[in-house]
Design a protein around this ligand. Structure first.
Ligand SMILES: *[C@@H]1O[C@H](CO)[C@@H](O)[C@H](O)[C@H]1NC(C)=O
Ligand SMILES: *[C@@H]1O[C@H](CO)[C@@H](O)[C@H](O)[C@H]1NC(C)=O
Length: 439
């Protein structure tokens, strides 16, 4: 027994030493890449091209802008917050460049894609109609079986919001076909591709703040379909956007179902805390290592996207050949359907930057007595299990369901039938309590 404890301790220490060395090397590599991209960007896009966040410090923030939107930008974007010894030591060795000047207001949707992003037809399709940009939305209208149904109550609306590196297919190809008959008849379902993901526009001059994401959902779903009430279902990163949307439309919201919500309460520096908890700098397991690289290193992340996202067509062809399949699974395709710019900013501005507002959103929902359901797998390897407990602590009325033997993705994919049953019970409970109020 003692022996096992000892080996466990030893392997823990070894792992942290390896992590420390590996991340030290990555720190250095990121600085090197910073200079490489600086030269390439200047050469390929002209001097006017943007600079990175390496030189951005919070002092620049404080003095540079007096724009309300500024608070929408996560502190974790600043190079000085993502500590890198080499950046501090060698700041002066970096090829000089002015710090990023001020922020633009929201997206102006310039149609040009960057040289390091994919320019295939499907990736830049949105630029052809850049006047009135909308998200890609999959709509499933209720089936009205016979003319008798006309007199029935109006169908209820549900908005589905996917997580990081996913798309509307996450719901439209799994949950939608598995609905029960009564749900098919009584609910109108909307699944959006978030701004910067899937088939939605991916402007390179937008900072993908929580507000940008909300405005696009309002402009693409709530406005055009004239929703006067709706339920929300969201997964992972989508939960942050869902909470913001619900708090903003508190009069319209009927219920909110959060699947694996990344809720890490913190008194100070919530965004850095969220980054440290959700993308811990560890080399093992591989999934943590991957998300640490993509979240802490702007230029390494850009290189990974350059290799995979920019060349997604080639990779897909290779994968199909290897796996001898005509079609790849949508979860594989969705991994590369973004630009580094959209992924990097959504990670920081939504997941980290949104962390400081989550308490406020939950307070608003609680005051509005909105039904909150939380579902998470007990083997979740992305969002710590304590997040669900955090919600329960914040809102004791919330209904928290921990699913045994399910991880971050198999909590939805593979248990569609169970999830549909859960959703149905949430929505019908709301309908019943509304009917009671009417009487
Ligand atoms: C999640 O669970 C599913 C089903 O059990 C499994 O196929 C998948 O590999 C798991 N994902 C990870 C990242 O462990
Ligand atoms: C329903 O979900 C299951 C997985 O639970 C899936 O295999 C099946 O294809 C889905 N049904 C339909 C009609 O798509």
């Amino acid at each position: 027994m003692e022996w096992r404890k000892w080996t466990e301790k030893a392997s823990e220490i070894t792992l942290s030493i390896i992590s420390w060395v590996v991340f030290l090397c990555l720190d250095f590599l990121d600085i090197v890449l910073c200079n490489v991209y600086k030269v390439l960007d200047d050469f390929l896009e002209g001097k006017a091209s943007r600079t990175c966040y390496c030189v951005k410090t919070e002092e620049v923030d404080a003095n540079g802008v007096d724009d309300d939107r500024e608070s929408e930008h996560s502190g974790t974007l600043c190079g000085s917050r993502r500590n890198n010894i080499f950046r501090t030591l060698m700041g002066s060795l970096r090829i000089s460049s002015a710090p990023r000047r001020g922020w633009k207001n929201g997206c102006t949707f310039c149609g040009k894609h960057r040289w390091s992003d994919c320019g295939c037809d499907s990736c830049i399709e949105w630029t052809q109609n850049s006047e009135d940009l909308r998200l890609h939305v999959v709509v499933k209208e209720p089936l009205r079986v016979s003319s008798h149904d006309c007199g029935k109550k109006d169908a209820q609306n549900v908005i589905f919001i996917h997580g990081f590196l996913a798309s509307s297919s996450y719901w439209a190809e799994t949950i939608f076909p598995n609905l029960s008959d009564s749900m098919k008849q009584n609910y109108r379902l909307f699944a959006v591709d978030l701004l910067g993901f899937g088939r939605s526009p991916k402007p390179s001059d937008c900072f993908y703040t929580l507000r940008d994401h909300l405005e696009m959902i309002e402009k693409s779903v709530i406005g055009p379909y004239k929703l006067d009430s709706f339920h929300i279902v969201a997964h992972s990163m989508g939960c942050v956007i869902a909470l913001a949307l619900a708090a903003e439309h508190i009069k319209l919201i009927k219920s909110i179902t959060l699947i694996a919500p990344p809720y890490i309460p913190s008194n100070k520096d919530a965004s850095l805390m969220a980054l440290q908890r959700l993308a811990a700098r560890k080399v093992w397991p591989p999934l943590s290592f991957g998300s640490a690289i993509m979240s802490w290193y702007e230029h390494l992340g850009r290189s990974v996207c350059f290799i995979f996202c920019r060349n997604h067509k080639t990779w897909e062809a290779i994968l199909k050949l290897i796996m001898r399949k005509r079609e790849l699974h949508f979860t594989v395709m969705d991994l590369t359907r973004h630009t580094h710019h959209s992924g990097w900013h959504s990670m920081h501005n939504v997941i980290c930057g949104g962390a400081k507002s989550m308490d406020r959103y939950f307070d608003t929902l609680r005051e509005g007595m909105v039904k909150i359901k939380v579902i998470q797998g007990d083997r979740d390897q992305v969002v710590p299990l304590e997040c669900s407990a955090n919600v329960k602590m914040k809102v004791p009325e919330a209904d928290v369901n921990i699913v045994p033997n399910a991880n971050h993705s198999s909590v939805v994919l593979g248990r569609e039938k169970e999830l549909v049953r859960d959703l149905e019970s949430v929505w019908s409970a709301v309908a019943i309590s509304e009917d009671k109020k009417m009487e």
